[in-house]
Write a protein that binds this ligand. Structure first.
Ligand code: ATP
Ligand code: MG
Length: 556
């Protein structure tokens, strides 16, 4: 975390609460947690929660636990556990002590359920799903009591033990907290706290066939880990009543300075789906190449695309932490990475849609090496060698037979500068049967390497190039938004809002030094954008570059 230690961080309402709790002596130290369910890969929304929770621990010299909230064995697995650990580390954070799992507490949770039964505060209920819904009532009408609500403590203890022993079928019964069927908060109408699932669990194997529900598990896990501030997203606002009710009624936790829950608004990002379930759907249906497809808003996806941990943290700082609903502009995320890479990424030249350029007055078979700065403002990044010769590639968009004065590139009869090299003048061109230009013939002014034309001619345009003999072929993956609608979550199906051009593949050439480009290292391909070698598919023999972000915000 050392690289972020000097950043100035704005405060937010949660930090204000912490400041008050420390000032009043309610707490002497701060302990947060990040509690993902291992049922998918983490996304940018989780990054917000990670930066918030781990960032607080860092700044208050406190602790932050990583706890896998693993009470749904059917949807969870160990691959997800591993990817989540990797993503937290990549973002630059380290959890305190060992990793925790809610499943570590299954024995204790079972004991606390028995404590509630003994206090007459929980009962085994045999209403089926449909009946349970009917008895629950609606937002406008109170529910009614389950006929099993007044079963004796002794009988409930025996029934719960039978549930644990596997003597009932899935769905046949559940353990419910006895709270208030008329509560204005639906979550307080005798919520289920244990259900039967004959499922293998990635941590506890086949030991259990009953699993505790989130609302019962989460507060107790927080309390057992002595979390001080349990920070979650706003959809759990009502559930805070249940969080407190459970802890109020357990002898171990009914004390004044125990954990409290605080809610903030979740991150929503334009043109992006932010739900593991929906992202899983894209993966399962093959609409993307996997969880780490560079178009995915997962941490694994943005990492592969070339985003950096520091840019992600910066983004999380800029969006802030409030209770307001929001839909953040995608441009805000892109600005964070663009601003960083503008300062840090070495420059290089790549021709994405190549046509040939022949310099007719440059000797055939002759080559020279031109030195070019790796970065215009940072000498410490050094220099690179650019082979130059008679035959080059330039981009098809950089030549026109005719153009008006706004087109500052190569035009027949006009001059342009080759980036880092000479001034050239286009003389004529070849075209294929469809009329596409294939080769441009030009002459160069040998006196213009690193200096302006001697007679004072003004040459405004600059284009990039690579020398043909030394150029390395490369595939370029040009990414765009995955969805055409700013709020794809509102669409009926994802199919109708999928952007068919979210990935465009082009084949061109890069300067030879890029053969050694390390995976994921960012470069600015001059005049094209920021790119990095793909961590999965790029090899020295078959280079593949991902466009991280274009040079400018084209949607502004
Ligand atoms: P998903 O719908 O993607 O599964 P979730 O909230 O169910 O999201 P969890 O694994 O339970 O996912 O979340 C772990 C933590 O991350 C929780 O504290 C949750 O509130 C937080 N979180 C999840 N999504 C967002 C988001 N979009 N913005 C901020 N925090 C989020
Ligand atoms: Mg979830």
């Amino acid at each position: 975390m050392s690289q972020v230690d000097t950043e100035v961080r704005p405060s937010n309402f949660i930090r204000n609460i912490i400041d008050e709790d420390l000032a009043s002596g309610k707490h002497t130290s701060v302990h947060t947690r990040f509690p993902p369910e291992p049922n998918g890969y983490l996304h940018i929304g989780h990054a917000k929660s990670i930066c918030l929770n781990f960032g607080i621990a860092r700044d208050y010299q406190g602790q932050c636990n990583l706890r896998f909230d693993d009470t749904n064995p059917e949807k969870e697995n160990i691959d997800y556990v591993n990817s989540i650990k990797e993503d937290v580390h990549w973002l630059g954070f380290q959890w305190s002590g060992d990793i925790h799992y809610s499943s570590d507490y299954f024995d204790k949770l079972y004991g606390y359920a028995i404590e509630l039964i003994n206090k007459g505060l929980a009962y085994v209920c045999f209403l089926n799903g449909e009946q349970t819904r009917e008895y629950r009532g609606t937002l406008k009408a109170p529910g009614k009591n389950s006929p099993y609500r007044d079963t004796s403590v002794a009988e409930n203890l025996a029934l719960f033990e039978k549930m644990r022993a596997g003597e009932f079928k899935e769905g046949e019964c559940s353990l419910r907290a006895k709270i208030d069927m008329a509560s204005p908060f639906m979550c307080m109408r005798d919520p289920v706290i244990y259900r039967i699932k004959f499922a293998h669990h990635h941590q506890t194997g086949d030991k259990w066939c009953i699993y505790p529900m989130y609302d019962f598990t989460h507060c107790i896990s927080d309390a057992l880990e002595e979390i001080t501030h349990s920070i979650c997203t706003l959809e759990f606002q009502d559930n805070r009543r249940l969080y407190d009710w459970v802890l109020d009624h357990l002898d171990d936790f009914n004390k004044p300075n125990r954990t409290r829950q605080y809610e903030f608004s979740r991150l929503n990002l334009e043109y992006t789906l932010m739900s593991k379930r929906k992202l899983n759907d894209l993966v399962v249906r093959g609409l993307v190449s996997g969880w780490d497809d560079p178009r995915m808003p997962t941490i694994a996806g943005v990492r592969r695309r070339g985003y950096t941990p520091s840019a992600m943290r910066e983004f999380c700082e800029r969006i802030g932490v409030t209770k307001q609903d929001n839909l953040i502009e995608i441009g805000m995320l892109e600005a964070c990475i663009r601003e960083e890479l503008n300062d840090t990424a070495p420059r290089a030249m790549a021709v994405i849609k190549p046509i040939k350029l022949v310099i007719e007055n440059y000797p055939a078979g002759q080559f020279e090496t031109i030195k070019a700065a790796a970065h215009p403002n940072d000498e410490s990044l050094g220099e690179r060698d650019l082979p130059f010769g008679r035959e080059l590639y330039i981009d098809e968009a950089d030549f026109r037979e005719e153009a008006n004065k706004h087109y500052k590139r190569l035009v027949l009869g006009k001059e342009v500068r080759l980036r880092n090299a000479y001034v050239i003048k286009a003389e004529r061109c070849d075209k294929d049967a469809e009329g596409n230009v294939t080769t441009v013939y030009c002459t160069y002014d040998a006196e213009t390497l690193g200096s302006n034309p001697a007679d004072g001619r003004k040459v405004k345009g600059v284009i990039h190039w690579v020398e043909q003999t030394h150029a390395k072929p490369a595939e370029f993956r040009l990414y765009d938004r995955l969805f055409t609608d700013p709020n794809p979550a509102a669409a009926e199906t994802v199919d109708e809002v999928l952007n068919p051009e979210s990935l465009v593949i082009a084949h061109g050439f890069v300067e030879p030094g890029l053969v050694a480009a390390p995976a994921s290292k960012a470069y600015q391909f001059e005049r094209e954008g920021y790119f990095c070698a793909d961590s999965k598919d790029s090899t020295a023999d078959a280079l593949v570059f991902n466009r991280t972000v274009a040079l400018r915000d084209s949607f502004a």
